[in-house]
Design a protein around this ligand. Structure first.
Ligand code: SF4
Ligand code: SF4
Length: 463
């Protein structure tokens, strides 16, 4: 018996049906199938149609193909969900066709409107992290006039509720621009919510209240570089306190208590792995008090990505993800909901970056990006938009890779210059398998049973 645990998205189902030959008897397994044994059968997910099926009493993909030969109903269901495809069908080409069709439908629905705005209130910052990508750029701060124009631009291009992400520099260096834009939108009845990427140093109890009430702040992404001594040394705040670390942790706690979700961004480098585990162990009691308000996002310092010894760093990162998951600090992995249509703001037609000078950009790396327009004029340079959406050519490993439908690599992205490795692919597939098994688990923090402050630092490598 086949159970459909997750159906294909409607439009994918419609298009897929149009391209499926349900009477086909010469078939093969799609290269985009991920399978794992569960519940006395086989769980099968296709990364192209994003359907999840459970087939009773079948325990391998070979067995599934054999059964499908004998059972026409099973075969039909598997062909319909593209678990099986006609023997000589080019599924990679079909994947690209489907992407184009889904993307053009998305564009049709958007009609040039935008619902995501990443706004640089300033490129100035009160911290001096050695790794910041904005070193060497002259700070620009959004003026009152530009903030007004940015708000008018949002009003003219809004598409229902909009999400504003305050970015910089340190966006709190220029709270005036945030006040001005949010007040303008509120006066005109434009529904919005906001996120902020901040070091959180400049928050005060009054500002947190304003952020909640006036900015509709829902999420703050805050980078922590290590425990007290390392944090204070790396951040090197201009006019800082004697103990900036305590100040920032106090603000994080206060934000969480005021219902702002905190995404703690940890920058893992070759030197700081041990210190980051010490930091996590230190933060655990605070996070445990308010688990639904916290998530942790560890990532590698960019200069380590793509180096010859990348696997060593990737293993450290994967190890940290596993540790976080075991200790309930990461939500359970989720299944992709649809074929991947865009990878970031740069190729997302519904999102725009507004720079502090009013320039409209695709990418938020200010040094590498040139504007395609401005909040001061209607003209747009569409060639710049197309340039940002260009994709990197497939590598030989892409041929038959189960992740292909979920993988988009931009040709000109300044941050992600390296391809995948066997290690990162395997990790992603195992996350998909974990998500397949968790599909009926709804609570993201269901495993907060272990007292987190008693966990031991992990072994160095978790693969
Ligand atoms: S870039 Fe890597 S993960 Fe993406 S499709 Fe190619 S082989 Fe797979
Ligand atoms: S740096 Fe890369 S990932 Fe980030 S917005 Fe630009 S293109 Fe996208």
């Amino acid at each position: 018996m086949v159970r459909i645990l997750k159906e294909m998205p409607k439009l994918t189902a419609k298009l897929s049906r149009a391209f499926s030959d349900l009477s086909c008897t010469a078939f093969r397994l799609s290269p985009y199938v991920v399978s794992t044994k569960a519940d006395n059968g086989l769980l099968v997910f296709t990364t192209l149609t994003c359907a999840l099926l459970h087939i009773d009493s079948v325990f391998s993909e070979d067995e599934l193909c054999r059964k499908a030969k004998e059972d026409p109903e099973l075969r039909k269901t598997l062909l319909l969900h593209r678990v099986l495809i006609p023997e000589n069908f080019d599924e990679q080409k079909f994947c690209e066709q489907l992407r184009v069709l889904l993307l053009s439908e998305k564009n049709r629905l958007l009609r040039g409107r935008k619902n995501g705005y990443i706004i640089f209130t300033t490129t100035a910052c009160n911290a001096r992290c050695y790794y910041c990508f904005e070193h060497g750029y002259v700070p620009v701060t959004m003026t009152e006039e530009t903030a007004r124009k940015a708000a008018e631009y949002i009003e003219a291009h809004a598409n229902g509720e909009v999400t504003l992400t305050w970015f910089g520099g340190e966006p709190l260096v220029n709270t005036k621009a945030i006040d001005s834009i949010t007040a303008y939108l509120a006066e005109r009845g434009i529904s919005f919510r906001s996120h902020i990427v901040t070091n959180a140093w400049l928050f005060t109890p009054e500002l947190i209240q304003r952020a909640k009430k006036q900015w509709h702040l829902e999420n703050a992404q805050i980078t922590l570089d290590g425990t007290r001594e390392n944090y204070n040394r790396i951040k090197a705040y201009v006019n800082g306190d004697a103990d900036d670390y305590s100040r920032v942790l106090g603000n994080i706690k206060a934000l969480a208590e005021n219902d702002v979700h905190i995404s703690l961004y940890l920058v893992l480098s070759r030197e700081n792995e041990e210190d980051l585990y010490a930091l996590l162990t230190e933060l655990a009691p605070m996070m445990k008090e308010n688990p639904e308000r916290f998530s942790v996002l560890p990532n590698l310092l960019q200069q380590y990505g793509g180096a010859a010894d990348e696997d060593e760093m990737q293993q450290k990162l994967i190890g940290m993800w596993k540790w976080l998951r075991i200790n309930g600090m990461l939500p359970e992995p989720k299944l992709p909901q649809n074929l991947c249509l865009s990878s970031c703001t740069a190729d997302n037609p519904g999102t725009v970056v507004i720079q502090a000078d009013g320039g409209l950009h695709c990418c938020d790396h200010i040094g590498e990006s040139r504007p395609y327009g401005s909040v001061f004029e209607e003209d747009m340079d569409k060639a710049v938009i197309r340039w940002w959406a260009e994709r990197r050519a497939a590598i030989p490993d892409c041929d038959g890779c189960a992740l292909y439908p979920q993988c988009l690599r931009l040709a000109h992205c300044p941050a992600k210059k390296f391809a995948c490795t066997k290690l990162t692919r395997e990790d992603r597939i195992s996350s998909i398998k974990a998500a397949m098994k968790n599909v009926t688990v709804h609570s993201v923090h269901s495993n907060w049973k272990t007292p987190m402050n008693t966990v031991q630092p992990p072994e160095k490598v978790y693969v």
